[in-house]
Design a protein around this ligand. Structure first.
Ligand code: SDX
Length: 387
């Protein structure tokens, strides 16, 4: 293929900078650190909205009236329970498996109970969306309990989304400040334009596969350490560093080995991720209210890692991203590190479904081209003549 061939010129590794769709759901300006959901700045939504209201905004392109919010919330609350066969499936999974694998398996199986074959039917679209948003937290909490040998805790209809999730983990109604902090984390993680897991879901959606399969595809993509798995890696990195005096040697050694510092860098942001800024403020507020002793040692260490990391990486336009502080917050909420990506998934299911709905309104099967660099015209050699 000649180098002046348009398809060769268009090739961009990882599709960097290549528009894969037209969308009205969210907008990012990586140069200024701007993130808007349906035109509303993420700072506004984090300060004044809730995850459920933000979900409605993402799905339907407007903030709901009270009546609309009450109905949507009530529908989600009443669909939180999962079939006993899904619980039995989760019970059969290895107790030391990764929670994202359990979530992906259970969500794929979910579709078997709710055959959503006609994805263009508005009723199928609405109830699939409600069921996935409602049941993903229940599946996560069920695996959390069952892998520890404890019985699953049924959801409570009187608790909001974040409070109910934390309740299903411990059978204790959470401190409202912690529940609100989790709700804000969910809002911050709900949507982010054409990220890898959203793109993965859209490719599946473009085949007109059902929404449970679409979300199962996206969960698999989110799991990777370069994407939703980063928050877990950050906390494990902080625990490996252990103390302030180890920060610089640890980072310098990692960079000298050409390894990536988890929680840093982003394909789009060339400044600090606006979500990381809000998460930092959230962490400081939580520590100030929860503990007389101020920020957790891990948070203090994270701030030192960010300071030194900035010094070493800012020349390349590499700054802290959303995953840098989220893990420290989740740990403060009592969540285990391997469940961090599932909390990301519990939030991003709203963005995945918003893109699913947008994609199927004007669908075209994703089928990109390639630049072939292999051989042509090779002869088949019988086995007994091969050396
Ligand atoms: C999320 O896309 C989204 O929107 C994702 C997300 C969302 O909301 O959906 O924002 C959520 O996934 C956040 C990112 C979480 N991942 C991590 O924190 C993992 C660490 N980050 C890197 O792997 C990396 O920054 C990526 C994957 C996030 C982005 O990488 P790119 O755009 O593919 O850039 P690259 O890997 O080609 O790196 C370009 C240069 C390289 O240096 P050179 O070889 O040119 O000298 O920057 C360097 C890289 O080595 N670099 C880093 C680095 N990230 C990039 N060097 C050290 N540490 C890093 N973290």
């Amino acid at each position: 293929m000649a180098m002046n061939d348009p398809s060769v010129q268009a090739f961009s590794p990882g599709l960097a900078g290549v528009p894969a769709a037209k969308s009205k759901i969210s907008f990012v300006d990586g140069q200024t650190g701007l993130l808007e959901y349906r035109g509303i700045r993420i700072e506004e939504l984090a300060a004044h909205s809730s995850f459920m209201e933000t979900t409605y905004l993402l799905l339907y392109d407007r903030l709901p009236t009270k009546a609309e919010m009450d109905r949507f919330s009530s529908d989600v609350v009443h669909h939180r329970r999962i079939k006993y066969r899904i619980t039995d499936l989760i019970k059969c999974l290895p107790e030391h498996g990764h929670p994202m694998d359990a979530l992906q398996a259970a969500v794929a199986a979910l579709g078997m109970f709710y055959p959503a074959r006609n994805v263009l039917d508005p009723e199928v679209q609405y109830w699939s969306t409600v069921r996935l948003i409602a049941k993903v937290p229940t599946i996560i909490a069920a695996y959390y309990r069952l892998q520890r040998g404890d019985e699953q805790i049924q959801p409570r209809d009187d608790l909001d989304h974040a409070s109910n999730f934390l309740y299903m983990l411990t059978e204790t109604v959470p401190n409202p400040m912690i529940a609100k902090a989790l709700d804000t984390c969910l809002t911050l993680h709900a949507e982010h334009t054409m990220n890898a897991s959203t793109f993965s879901g859209m490719v599946t959606a473009s085949t007109l596969a059902d929404p449970y399969t679409v979300v199962s595809s996206a969960i698999g993509t989110l799991k990777g350490p370069l994407h939703g798995g980063a928050a877990q890696e950050v906390v494990e990195m902080l625990e490996a560093i252990g103390s302030r005096e180890n920060v610089r040697p640890y980072l310098e050694q990692k960079l000298a080995a050409k390894e990536k510092v988890m929680g840093f860098g982003h394909r789009i942001y060339k400044v600090k991720d606006p979500r990381a800024i809000i998460l930092q403020q959230l962490a400081r507020q939580l520590f100030a209210r929860l503990s007389r002793h101020g920020p957790s040692p891990l948070y203090a260490l994270a701030e030192e890692v960010e300071r030194v990391g900035e010094e070493l990486l800012q020349a390349k336009g590499i700054h802290a991203n959303v995953d840098f502080y989220s893990g420290v917050l989740y740990q403060t909420m009592g969540l285990d590190t391997d469940f961090f990506p599932t909390v990301f998934a519990m939030a991003r299911v709203s963005g995945w479904l918003a893109h699913w709905l947008e994609q199927i309104q004007d669908n075209r099967l994703f089928r990109p081209d390639q630049i072939y660099e292999g051989a042509h015209g090779r002869a088949y050699v019988p086995l007994n003549q091969r050396t």
